[in-house]
Design a protein around this ligand. Structure first.
Ligand SMILES: Cc1ncc(COP(=O)(O)O)c(C=O)c1O
Length: 432
């Protein structure tokens, strides 16, 4: 069995005689101490990634801002680290904004998105002094008009008609997208917003999708926005791909910045403020998931069942994402396997048709590039506990999100007796 492809792992990965470590913390020890499944973040790599992003854009275009797309990893600890590194945020709900505020992030450095924002979300965002609200539809205009106490800075999201080359569930910039106003009607909506005394239209926003390798498509996005006239601010969204397997192409932040800034200078001019909203490409490579092998079934296929799955990583069942697992610290002959989860769905897989080191019950399995959209979409299917998040840095492993407990799971059930609670609880007498 060959060694793992370390280029897929966070910068702080090492392999020495004791085994694989991240941020100076041995992964086997982390698994023993915190249990599995667990999401392990290389804090140094996370910080470095944020700096790389910021520098890449600032060097080419000083009037730029990098806003982390909170949805990709909405843990307060992650948001706090990224804010410390000078990033702003994009939030896609009032609750994401509330998490950001709890993390100490300045709401003035955040933009609020959403294709169906409620009165409550818009009012909350404005009460907190949100930097920009991204208008997605005419109902947003009506809501801001009704709820604004002053003049709210806004951007207009435009469906630019670029069909991104990605999984269809991740494409958001096509003409039929549920997000934004069509480019054919955007001119009228711009005129309408400009007449609103409670709004200041600073510019345009577009986001064409996620897991996009083609830099030409980002260039197309910028060119389409330029058709709508000149604005002081352009928020170009996120979307840069992450490299999940050795077969995936490169998706370099520097090249992405060059492509985006180059297109902006060419089509929008050099005097504009440029914002970008990376999510996946910011956090995906900074974390790994740890599992324990529960069963190995050698039949027509070799099914290696672990103690996690679609409850902690929906990327495979939702988008068909490929991952490249490795049996932690084991050097045995390779065996072709399907790595499957413990949930009651045949679609609950983590990686199919992969070579693993003849897995045995009790082995740990590590999957790299799991920092994006795993924590955020983790769920309680089959009453699974959502896993902890462990930050590793300078040899110290710090649990920043604990594993769920049965108490957490039962906390919203108002009519049952809860373990450890005295007497039975009713809806009236239960904790509220
Ligand atoms: C408006 C907006 N901005 C940014 C992002 C982040 O995209 P990615 O994680 O692909 O960088 C998304 C993702 O869905 C989004 O909807």
């Amino acid at each position: 069995m060959s060694a793992p492809d370390l280029t897929l792992y966070p910068g702080g990965v090492r392999i020495d005689p004791e085994g694989m470590s991240i941020g100076g913390c041995g992964l086997a020890e982390v698994a023993d101490r915190f249990g599995t499944p667990a999401l392990v973040v290389d804090e140094g790599a996370l910080r470095e990634r944020a700096r790389t992003y910021r520098r890449a854009f600032a060097d080419l275009h000083p009037d730029s801002g990098v806003l982390f797309a909170t949805k990709a990893f909405p843990s307060a600890s992650v948001l706090a680290v990224l804010a410390e590194e000078g990033l702003g945020l994009d939030v896609a709900s009032g609750n994401e904004l509330a998490v950001a505020i709890a993390a100490g992030v300045d709401p003035g450095r955040a933009v609020l998105h959403g294709n169906a924002k409620t009165d409550e979300e818009i009012a909350f965002a404005m009460s907190q002094g949100i930097g920009h609200i991204v208008i997605d539809n005419l109902d947003d205009v009506g809501r801001i008009r009704r709820l604004a106490g002053g003049v709210q800075p806004v951007l207009l999201r435009v469906a630019v008609g670029v069909e991104a080359d990605t999984h269809e569930a991740m494409a958001t910039g096509g003409a039929a997208s549920k997000f934004g106003v069509g480019i054919d009607v955007a001119g009228e909506v711009i005129e309408l917003i400009r007449k609103e005394p409670t709004m200041r239209l600073d510019g345009l926003h577009a986001h064409i999708g996620s897991q996009i390798f083609s830099l030409a498509q980002f260039r197309q996005e910028v060119a389409r926005l330029a058709e709508l006239g000149s604005f002081p601010v352009y928020d170009l969204g996120g979307g840069l791909a992450a490299r999940y397997t050795s077969e995936d192409g490169e998706a370099e932040i520097g090249e992405y910045a060059k492509a985006l800034v180059g297109a902006a200078h060419e089509f929008l001019g050099e005097e504009v403020r440029l914002l970008v909203e990376p999510g996946r490409s910011m956090v995906a490579p900074t974390a790994v998931s740890l599992y324990t092998v529960v069963t190995v079934k050698r039949g027509r296929l070799v099914h290696v069942g672990v103690d996690g799955g679609m409850g902690d990583n929906l990327e495979v069942s939702l988008y068909g994402q490929r991952f490249q697992p490795w049996v932690l610290d084991r050097d045995r002959p390779a065996e072709r396997c399907d790595l499957v989860g413990h949930h009651c769905e045949s679609g609950d897989v983590l990686a199919t048709n992969v070579d693993l080191a003849t897995p045995e019950v009790g082995d740990r399995v590590v999957i790299p590039v799991t920092g994006a959209y795993t924590y955020t979409m983790s769920n309680n299917y089959n009453a699974a506990f959502r896993p902890p998040v462990i930050f590793c840095r300078d040899g110290e492993a710090r649990e920043v999100v604990r594993r769920e407990t049965m108490d957490d799971l039962l906390a919203r059930e108002l009519t049952i007796a809860r373990p450890g609670a005295s007497g039975s609880r009713s809806a009236a007498g239960g904790r509220r």
